[in-house]
Design a protein around this ligand. Structure first.
Ligand SMILES: *Cc1c(COP(=O)(O)O)cnc(C)c1O
Length: 417
């Protein structure tokens, strides 16, 4: 893809776009929520559908000229149903947060009760943080991760749910390295008479490929993003039992959105088509295998992993034991200098501030898209360790940075201009 057509009216933006492509080519994207979509998904996202108003749903739109918008949205819906086995799918949410907003608006009244995981324990803003709309409109109580085990404690969650009596229980997380037991959440939701929304934003691709257990058919609502492990471009998705379809449809439009981002829905259709190919299952399996290999190697170096390991695409490192004088931000900044881009993260039982927490979160979806296998992932763990162990040593950082240059050349990403 070339940005020459952008350069003509806007050289400044063209320069930034080219520089961003180079940045992605030349660094390892290990922020667990990020990935790299295909050129095909990007082409669909930059199509003429960005011009089209298609308020409504396929076959029932408010404006004319929607026949191709209908085709594209129906393809995205049909493919999503096949990927996740859902009865009802809405592919219009602009983001994962708006997917969650759609479910809340469909099922809750202002002041109703949401029970969800605390943000600093791995939850998400849209699960009811006080600065988020969900925390302002609804009454929120939050559960936590057991700091001893680094895992969900279903007995404690059940007791807290019984005392709080929520209207909806939210499961699904941003920084939880272990497989989630959806049935355990569903049993608690049933016991207290609450809806259950499973937010699989991070693991949409793992669930679609069958390498993580699916909440579809168990939880009342399953929400997700489409730009993380599923690689279908930026956006959100809602899945539910058919009986909730009308309520969710009208919560999205007219409830929370006007026209859908039809160009992004085209990206979803293309990304879902790619995910239906058998290679996608191998990709998802490799993502998890890479995270396991990377995590084990970090442990061999003496780093401590929350929950002692991973079942998913991410590991959460707690630096407090092995490197008490290095904060997550120190590690994040030193790693970014060498071309490994990841984020500082709070850990269960956090003793520092959310702005300079004790952990780092490391994800493998991006490097797996580039073609990294377990051996390459173990080497990345070695490189991460060298920098974390000595974040101020410029000689170490220069050596690691050279090796990242070689690795990114060996596993290329997007065509250079
Ligand atoms: C990433 C994420 C979302 C969606 O985020 P957006 O940036 O709004 O698309 C929702 N829930 C969880 C748990 C997430 O990790």
């Amino acid at each position: 893809m070339s940005y020459d057509t952008v350069r003509e009216p806007d050289p400044a933006t063209a320069d930034a776009l080219v520089a961003e492509r180079e940045r992605q080519n030349d660094t390892l994207a290990m922020i667990a929520s990020e990935n790299h979509v295909s050129e095909a998904v990007m082409a669909a996202q930059s199509s003429e559908l960005t011009n089209k108003y298609a308020e409504g749903y396929p076959g029932r739109r408010y404006y004319g000229g929607c026949e191709h918008a209908d085709e594209v949205e129906q393809l995205a819906i049909d493919r999503a149903k096949e990927l996740w086995g859902a009865d009802y799918v809405n592919v219009q949410p602009h983001s994962g947060s708006q997917a969650n907003m759609g479910v809340y608006l469909a099922m809750l009244d202002p002041g109703d009760r949401i029970f969800s995981l605390d943000l600093t324990h791995g939850g998400h803003l849209s699960h009811g943080h006080p600065k988020n709309f969900a925390g302002q409109v609804y009454e929120v109580e939050q559960y936590e991760i057991d700091p001893e085990t680094g895992r969900l404690d279903f007995e404690a969650i059940r007791e807290q749910a019984e005392a709080f009596d929520p209207d909806i229980i939210v499961s699904g997380f941003s920084a939880y390295p272990r497989e989630v037991d959806w049935d355990a959440f569903q049993e608690i939701a049933d016991a207290v008479g609450a809806y259950h929304m499973a937010d699989i934003a991070h693991i949409t691709g793992l669930v679609a490929a069958g390498v993580h257990d699916s909440p579809v058919g168990t939880a009342d609502f399953v929400t997700g993003s489409t730009h993380k492990t599923i690689r279908a471009g930026r956006g959100g998705i809602i899945m539910a039992d058919e009986e909730y379809g009308d309520a969710v449809d009208s919560a999205i439009i007219p409830g929370t959105q006007g026209g859908p981002l039809m160009h992004n829905i085209a990206g979803k259709a293309v990304g879902f088509a790619e995910a239906l190919e058998p290679e996608f299952e191998s990709y998802a399996r490799q993502v998890v295998d890479n995270a396991a290999a990377l995590g084990e190697r970090l442990q061999e170096h003496g780093l401590s992993l929350v929950s002692g390991g991973t079942d998913t695409h991410l590991v959460l490192v707690d630096l407090r034991e092995s490197h008490p004088d290095t904060t997550g931000k120190d590690a994040e900044e030193a790693l970014e200098e060498v071309g490994i881009v990841l984020n500082a993260n709070t850990v269960p039982g956090e003793t520092r501030s959310p702005f300079d927490p004790s952990g780092i979160r490391i994800g493998t979806p991006g490097i797996t898209t580039r073609g990294f296998d377990e051996e390459a992932s173990r080497e990345v763990a070695d490189l991460i360790y060298r920098v974390v162990d000595d974040p101020d040593d410029d000689a170490v950082k220069a050596t690691v940075s050279d090796r990242i240059d070689e690795l990114t050349d060996e596993f290329p990403l997007y065509d250079r201009e």
